[in-house]
Design a protein around this ligand. Structure first.
Ligand code: FAD
Ligand code: TPP
Ligand code: MG
Length: 577
């Protein structure tokens, strides 16, 4: 049999190191899935919903740093990919989507299932091209792969089923080095490093704001902190890379962050942003504070706060070149103050996670804390958007081996379990824990069946508060009457058992540790149905009124903090106007 375009696609993906494709089959994809079947080198991971496939691919790409692939059949099949692909693209992880298309001869005739994939995927990709002739191959697929890997994000190839079944042209396929050139090492020029050093040397209280761009630069970060005696605040996506074994870490800042993070940034005279795109402008210091920013992407400089110095470079390489230019500071008072604020904030949060004997209600914080205590050293955690993100950010202890993934930019519900599927496929022997909301879990619940079908030992912990809790809290705190937030949930543990997955229901604080230990020890997929307190008063302490102006989420903090006085003040300035 002559080589088909579909075979060529499969071959190129093997060269690119692709191990599996997540998707749902369809006639327009049959040529490709059949090539994979014959080739026996790439697994087809049969998910129940294409969105779950895209989330799974994104998680695999996030964890491994390598290209991951998902696919959908024409029309609705590839439309279902879109939300997950937005997440991958916003998270800047290299994912290729194969969007199968209607028959070539029918394009443009409002045919059955017709959409315009090149338009639809444009917004969530760096590259989106139609393959309509075998002569375009292998070039188009190779370009797509280089775009996804090089620019970090999504690339889409659109291909009709009939094109995939045409004879391939006899063209050479790139080797790995040609297909996947290594990332360059970028460093600011000496003059810029001198300017940054002069600014830091002249400052008394330097704070570092560190994001995911600090991955792989832990040692350099610590050396910088030590020389400058500077506290380090992390952004959520920086947590897994910055927080651990770090005597300079003073917690996260932001809506769901720690007050110590906020104050360390407010009380500095120079803020140095390292590999972060932390989005919430209200949390940046104002007036009189110098801000410098280092990022590999020039377009990300200065878009969150007014900076006076922007440098393009890699965090690790730049710190290395910067260190010899810095004078060692001796005054530790700024760091000491921030560390002491951090200890206070940590103490308050840990108090909320305690199991008080005789109490009936389980605090969701207790679940998260016990998960952190009992999980494996190299566990992968995924957390749903909503309150599970809050619990993950506050209670999971990172250690340089553990990983944490969420939908932190796109902010989509239902991300955690599908991401856990991708994590477990990529790392079959690691413990993978999905911290799911009951809303998030039930939104893509069909793919719970994938755990049993594919044999993925994911531990799904459902924070069952019978509500869209995050939004309910927002509604309550901003003066809305709760609407559309409650759930009539089944017993999720019994439901799990009915589909062949171990189910453990936890209803009392005394049972939390035992239930979670049993789940983590189980040799296969498990669902923990953790019945937790619906109205959890859990926002960070000591949020100042001035932060809240025009920003309703802060009212939430005032309510949850029990500071009625502040609330009235906030209501006056925000709602009663
Ligand atoms: C419900 C909810 C609540 C949230 N609340 C908060 C909150 O309170 N606080 C919070 O922090 N986040 C919060 N987030 C997440 C938030 O939206 C952002 O996603 C997060 O703050 C971004 O973290 P980051 O700066 O590390 O981001 P990234 O986007 O990962 O930023 C990394 C930056 O580093 C650059 N970079 C990459 N590699 C390098 C390198 N080698 N050298 C130099 N630069 C590099 C990139 O170009 C990018 O600009 C929340 C999300 C959700 C869903
Ligand atoms: C797809 C999608 N729909 C709606 C929202 C708005 N939203 C954000 S969090 C949330 C509630 C999540 O509820 P659940 O998963 O039960 O978690 P909880 O906050 O209750 O712990 C909603 C509706 C969203 N972010 N994504
Ligand atoms: Mg809920």
């Amino acid at each position: 049999m002559s080589k088909k375009v579909a075979d060529q696609i499969a071959e190129i993906l093997v060269v690119a190191g692709v191990k599996r494709i997540y998707g749902v089959v369809g006639d327009s994809l049959n040529g490709i899935t059949d090539s994979l079947r014959r080739q026996e080198k790439i697994d087809w991971v049969h998910v129940r919903h294409e969105e779950a496939g895209a989330f799974a691919a994104g998680a695999e790409a996030h964890l491994t740093g390598n290209l991951a692939v998902c696919a959908g059949s024409c029309g609705p099949g590839n439309l279902h990919l879109i939300n997950g692909l937005f997440d991958c693209h916003r998270s800047a992880v290299p994912v290729l989507a194969i969007a199968a298309h209607i028959p070539t001869s029918e394009i443009g005739s409002s045919y059955f299932q017709e959409t315009q994939p090149e338009t639809l995927f444009r917004e969530c990709s760096h590259y989106c091209k139609l393959v309509s002739d075998p002569d375009q191959m292998p070039r188009v697929l190779e370009e797509a792969i280089r775009a996804a890997v090089g620019q970090r994000g999504v690339a889409v190839i659109v291909i009709s089923g009939d094109t995939a079944l045409k004879d391939a042209i006899d063209a050479p396929v790139s080797n790995v080095a040609g297909l996947l050139p290594a990332r360059p090492l970028v460093r600011p020029v000496d003059n810029d490093l001198d300017k940054l050093a002069a600014l830091l040397n002249a400052s008394r209280r330097v704070t570092l704001l560190c994001g995911s761009g600090c991955a792989g630069a832990h040692e350099e970060l610590l050396a910088l902190g030590s020389k400058l005696k500077s506290p380090m605040v992390h952004a959520l996506r920086g947590k897994e890379h910055v927080e651990w074994d770090n005597p300079f870490d003073v917690g996260m800042t932001g809506l769901i962050g720690f007050s110590s993070g906020y104050y360390a940034m407010k009380n500095c005279d120079t803020l140095l942003m390292l590999g972060t795109d932390f989005p919430y402008r209200q949390f940046y210091p104002e007036g009189g504070v110098h801000i410098a920013q280092l990022d590999v992407r020039p377009e990300n400089l200065g878009r969150r706060a007014a900076i006076e110095l922007g440098l393009v470079g890699d965090v690790g390489a730049t710190i290395e070149a910067l260190l010899p230019r810095l004078h060692e500071k001796t005054d530790t008072s700024h760091l000491d103050d921030a560390r002491s604020d951090y200890r206070e904030a940590r103490k308050g949060l840990d108090e909320l996670a305690k199991d008080h004997p005789g109490k009936e209600l389980i605090h969701p914080q207790q679940i998260a804390k016990v998960l952190s205590e009992l999980a494996a050293d190299d566990a992968v955690f995924t957390a749903d958007v909503g309150l599970p993100t809050v619990w993950a950010a506050r209670y999971l202890a990172m250690n340089g081996k553990r990983r944490l993934i969420g939908s932190f930019w796109h902010g989509s519900m239902a991300n955690a379990m599908p991401q856990a599927i991708g994590a477990q496929c990529a790392y079959p022997n690691r413990q993978v824990i999905s911290m799911s909301g009951d809303g998030g879990f039930s939104m893509l619940m069909g793919d719970f069946l994938t755990l049993a079908q594919v044999g993925l030992p994911v531990k799904v912990v459902v924070f069952n508060n019978s509500a869209l809790g995050f939004i309910e809290l927002e509604q309550k705190s901003t003066g809305f009457i709760n609407t559309g937030t409650d759930f009539k949930n089944p017993n999720f543990a019994a439901m799990a058992e009915a589909v062949g997955v171990r189910g453990i229901r936890i209803e009392r604080p005394d049972d939390v540790r035992r239930g979670i230990a049993e789940a983590l020890d189980h040799d296969g997929p498990v669902l923990v149905d953790a019945v937790v307190n619906r109205m959890e008063l859990a926002m960070p302490p000591k949020v100042q009124v001035e932060m809240a102006k025009g920003f309703s989420v802060y009212m939430l903090k005032a309510v949850l903090d029990g500071r009625a006085g502040d609330l009235i003040e906030l209501a006056r300035s925000n709602v009663l106007r």
